[in-house]
Design a protein around this ligand. Structure first.
Ligand code: ADP
Ligand code: MG
Length: 703
């Protein structure tokens, strides 16, 4: 159904081949329809005219004045040469300055005439000036069609150089509107638009570009956000429906010897109520004949590993292999060691495979795996390699799933012709509305209970100047037999600079905590695997008291005797990362501490993050706040989690209520008409298909 909206953007008057290429490469605008969905990022109020005399103190970033030109002059030499135009409105004077295009301006402006001058005001020593303002004759303003709010479009330097700056794009959109205004089909059923009191699509698009009033702008935004979020929810929920109706899931009917012996004889403690509930949920999922696709959320330290292990035992009881994929080598080895210890004597064979596994050992593992002799394989991305072939893989567990890229997770798929059951685990609490969109087609289990006896971690914020106080505190804790982490930020694993802080810090600490009384471990991603493992081992077994590390220890590391987490340059970490790091302590029965070290100068956001950490240990509250501070696009894991939908207008951070509303609407629709096959739903089916294709990457893997 190709229409005007599908026309190549190069055919829009004023575009042409060269600019079209730029619009594609810079803004991903390929068609008329794409430009129509390129929305202003803010609006300027053009109804208000300022008087020069009242300007001062707080003024908006852009203003307009109405003033008469009283004279003009060239000033400066060479590159500094500029045209200065003098204007006055009876209450004061302003200078208008141009550095380029001066000839054209000079010709256009007439001394003695009145103009509307629009731009960013600079006030310097009481002198008002505008650099490169927009100038219009007063008569023109009076004839301006719109209600006074003018859209501001974001542009790029390259586009700007091709006369497609903010104003240029605005002009293009004006041209576009004339071409498409009569060719904008509705995307929602008419009954729907009426029932929900939505603006029709054409009205909404008109008002988003050319708001006729603030109220219409609001309604336009609402309509377009709703449409977008509804399309996404329809796509997600349909995908989920497909999965839960396909009857190709493996069947795990038996709770057998492995599981039962472990539960009765090996389990070192009583399961928490939440752990038991989640295990029941997993059991129920694996006897339906459909594939399980479950997200397990549980705050750091809530005991997810054990749940994973018990699910893997269940797979083994039913004759299936399972694997556990984790994001780092350290974590793979740690999980392997603790699982080996727990399954000792059960007759289960587990193995660990990482990038640094030696060839001979690897070949052995791969052969045993293909013959079905290994029940549980634990490892890193190395598990994804082509040559890793299972005999009958029935369950895949992905730990710290937010750390994995989409394609990496998708590759787990190709290991089977039938989809294995999937359990993804994360400690990064995801705000509800984000989860509904990112993981909207997964079933969700939550471990909302920590093992008994845990004391809340005490968090303090200290400035670098208070370091002596820190050292005193660390000495006291170490004297009581406790261990300490000191973590440095790592921006990019590859950059040398990041290690400088760590090594400087290590030197200082070695001086303050000298041998033979104190011993230190150092662990970071650049070390050869043997040294890394040795550093971890020594700390874990209590041979060293201080672990100096980069954030490689962020995820999953488990040393219950460590009670202090010192985070250096804490202002450089995001909230969810700080929370993860803090979760490395407070794992035993002892009181634990998290000390956030920072410089004296903090940005407002950095301060908000540190304050929040001091105030609460509730991961969900922190994630909500993180979402507010950073916006959804940025939040840890969102990028990787494969939200391939590119949201044009809705914000998962701010539009939570609309997300929920769209979700409920989609659920109700699909309940009545699961495939959207009814004639009155033809538009909705089409809307959904817009997002099915885009969301493919992530949901292709999950469903
Ligand atoms: P996470 O959910 O962060 O992955 P872990 O699985 O690493 O948490 O568990 C944290 C610690 O709690 C581990 O030392 C683990 O042995 C212990 N643990 C797990 N479940 C229980 C329980 N039911 N009772 C007591 N300790 C538990
Ligand atoms: Mg864990």
């Amino acid at each position: 159904m190709a229409g005007v909206l599908d026309y190549d953007i190069k055919y829009l008057p004023g575009v042409g081949e060269r600019r079209a290429a730029l619009l594609v490469s810079e803004l991903n605008v390929r068609t008329f329809g794409d430009l129509l969905y390129y929305f202003p990022f803010r609006y300027i109020d053009r109804t208000r005219l300022f008087r020069i005399g009242e300007i001062g103190g707080e003024v908006p970033a852009y203003i307009q004045i109405r003033a008469r030109i009283t004279g003009m002059a060239y000033e400066g030499e060479g590159r500094k040469r500029r045209l200065r135009v003098f204007a006055s409105d009876g209450t004061g004077t302003a200078d208008l300055v141009w550095f380029s295009g001066t000839k054209w301006i000079e010709k256009r402006l007439e001394v003695g005439r009145e103009y509307i001058i629009f731009g960013r005001p600079n006030l310097y020593h009481g002198e008002l000036s505008f650099v490169h303002p927009e100038i219009d004759l007063v008569e023109k303003l009076i004839n301006r069609p719109s209600g006074g709010l003018q859209g501001v479009y974001s542009s790029t330097e390259k586009l700007n150089n091709a006369q497609l700056g903010t104003k240029g794009i605005y002009n293009l959109v004006c041209t576009l509107w004339q071409q498409v205004a009569d060719h904008i089909p509705e995307t929602l059923p008419e009954s729907f638009v009426a029932a929900y009191d939505l603006l029709p699509r054409r009205e909404a698009l008109y008002n988003i570009h050319f708001p006729q009033s603030p109220d219409l702008l609001k309604r336009a935004e609402y309509r377009l956000k709703f449409e977008e979020l509804l399309g996404i929810q329809l796509a997600i929920l349909s995908r989920r429906a497909t999965r839960t109706t396909a009857a190709d899931g493996f069947y795990f009917p038996r709770v057998g010897e492995y599981f039962n012996t472990f539960y009765r004889e090996k389990l070192p403690f009583e399961l928490t109520g939440a752990q038991k509930r989640v295990i029941r949920e997993i059991r129920a999922d694996t006897v339906t004949g459909h594939q399980m696709n479950r997200l397990l959320q549980g705050d750091v330290g809530s005991g997810k590993t054990l749940v994973a292990l018990m699910a893997m035992l269940l797979a083994a009881d039913n004759g299936f292999q399972s694997c556990l994929m984790v994001p780092t080598e350290i974590l793979a080895r740690q999980h392997y060691a603790s699982i080996e210890r727990m399954i000792d004597g059960l007759g289960i064979r587990a193995a660990v495979l990482t990038g640094s596994t030696r060839k001979r050992e690897r070949d052995e593992i791969l052969e045993a795996l293909a013959r079905g002799e290994i029940h549980m394989l634990i490892g890193t991305h190395a598990l994804l390699e082509e040559r890793v072939q299972f005999d009958n893989l029935g369950l895949v567990v992905i730990d710290e799933q937010h750390r994995f890229g989409v394609e990496q997770r998708a590759r787990m798929w190709t290991k089977n012709s039938r989809p294995p059951h999937i359990l993804v685990m994360t400690a990064t609490p995801i705000p509800r509305t984000l989860a509904m969109t990112l993981y909207g087609d997964l079933d969700v289990s939550v471990i909302d209970e920590l093992p008994p006896g845990r004391k809340p971690i005490v968090t303090r914020h200290l400035y670098d100047s208070q370091r002596m106080k820190l050292f005193g505190f660390l000495r006291r804790e170490i004297a009581r037999g406790r261990q300490v982490y000191v973590v440095y930020p790592l921006i990019k694993e590859s950059e040398k600079m990041d290690y400088k802080d760590l090594y400087d810090g290590f030197e200082t600490l070695s001086r303050e905590f000298p041998l033979p009384e104190y011993r230190l471990s150092v662990v970071h991603g650049k070390l050869p695997p043997e040294e890394k493992n040795e550093g971890m081992r020594a700390f874990k077994e209590g041979e060293t008291q201080i672990m100096v590390a980069t954030s490689v220890i962020e995820v999953g590391v488990d040393v219950p005797n460590a009670t202090v987490m010192v985070i250096e340059s804490a202002e450089r970490f995001g909230l969810s990362q700080l929370h993860q790091l803090r979760g490395r302590v407070g794992r035993g029965g002892e009181q634990s501490y998290c000390i956030l070290m920072s410089g004296d100068k903090l940005s407002r956001e950095a301060r908000a993050r540190l304050d929040a950490m001091v105030e609460t240990t509730d991961g969900f509250r922190l994630s909500e706040l993180d979402l507010k501070l950073r916006g959804a696009g940025d939040i840890n894991g969102t990028q990787q989690s494969g939200m391939a939908f590119d949201l044009k207008i809705a914000s998962l951070a701010r539009d939570g209520a609309i997300v929920e509303y769209a979700r409920r609407t989609a659920e109700a629709l699909l309940e009545q008409d699961p495939t959207l096959a009814r004639p009155e739903h033809v538009l909705l089916a089409r809307l959904r298909s817009r997002y099915v294709n885009r969301g493919e990457v992530d949901f292709g893997m999950i469903s």
